[in-house]
Ligand binder design. Structure first.
Ligand SMILES: [Zn+2]
Ligand SMILES: [Zn+2]
Length: 284
């Protein structure tokens, strides 16, 4: 029995570089027992992904990651067991995923303004390969140009909030996004909580739990993103609150820093999420 699952990955349908089928093949080669595809603000890769997973020797979990905002703070919300034919959900996510291209180009502009010469052919090259460009792509570009040594440095120096090339995203309210996921029958989970800039993480997560969040991503490697924090910090913050504990690598392809399978959870986590999805559906 293959025991581990990576529940946080991105394909080229958002800002990753692998197709969903390649992602499944790599997970199988690594002997993962389960994998979730959680592209940013889009369900477009899920059909290919689930088709590939059904032919592979592992469990595929259809997911999504939505950029949201609560209390002025950026919160990434994962949704699991997303009904990927859901037109309502797709429609609500559409303006968010289109916004990613606009944001990417604005970040390029900002880099040029501070004197980093990002050429148009370099930008075109990135855009040709991906459906939904984002900061990992821009970080990759800065590494290839030799502006920074690695992706974490690109984030720390240029791409995170407060740095010169940062551009704010259009975001849904977190509570609204939690409701949206639940009304579609999907399980809302707070992604990489150490990235939330709050002084009281426990209270913050308790509030979101009251609004219907069911899980928290615990197993996660923050280092490639230039964020301080560890799974232990999050585990401490949510102790006794009864969240389902999930985890994943946040893999975006081989060019980005996070490696597939670098953070995993026990395979039974998938069953917990499936049960939660059934409960949400039965509550209507
Ligand atoms: Zn995220
Ligand atoms: Zn992610």
């Amino acid at each position: 029995m293959k025991a581990r699952a990576d529940l946080h990955t991105h394909s080229a349908y958002s800002d990753g570089s692998d197709t969903p089928a390649v992602l499944v093949r790599k997970a199988e080669e690594m002997e993962l027992g389960g994998i979730a595809l959680t592209d940013h603000d889009t369900l477009m890769g899920l059909k290919d992904f689930m088709d590939a997973a059904s032919r592979a020797n592992l469990i595929g979990v259809p997911g999504v990651e939505i950029s949201t905002e609560h209390d002025g703070k950026e919160v990434h919300l994962l949704g699991y067991f997303v009904p990927f034919g859901s037109e309502e959900l797709s429609k609500r996510l559409e303006p968010l995923s289109n916004g990613r291209l606009v944001r990417f180009l604005k970040m390029v502009e900002k880099l040029r303004k501070i004197g980093i010469d990002v050429r148009q052919d370099e930008v075109d090259n990135v855009l040709r390969g991906v459906e939904s460009p984002g900061r990992p792509h821009l970080a990759g570009l800065l590494v290839r140009k030799g502006v920074v040594r690695n992706s974490a440095e690109a984030f720390q120096q240029y791409l995170v909030e407060g740095k010169p090339a940062y551009v704010k995203k259009d975001r849904l309210g977190t509570v609204e996004a939690i409701r949206l996921l639940r009304s579609a029958g999907a399980v809302p989970v707070i992604a990489h909580p150490m990235a939330i800039e709050t002084s009281n993480l426990r209270e913050f997560l308790k509030q979101l739990q009251k609004s219907g969040a069911v899980g928290v991503e615990i197993e996660y490697d923050y280092a490639p993103w230039g964020t301080a924090g560890s799974p232990e910090d999050v585990r401490k913050a949510v102790q006794g609150l009864g969240f389902i504990e999930t985890g994943g690598s946040d893999y975006h392809g081989n060019t980005a820093a996070a490696r597939l399978g670098s953070a995993t959870v026990e395979i039974k986590t998938i069953e917990k999420l499936r049960e939660a999805a059934e409960l949400i559906l039965s509550e209507g």
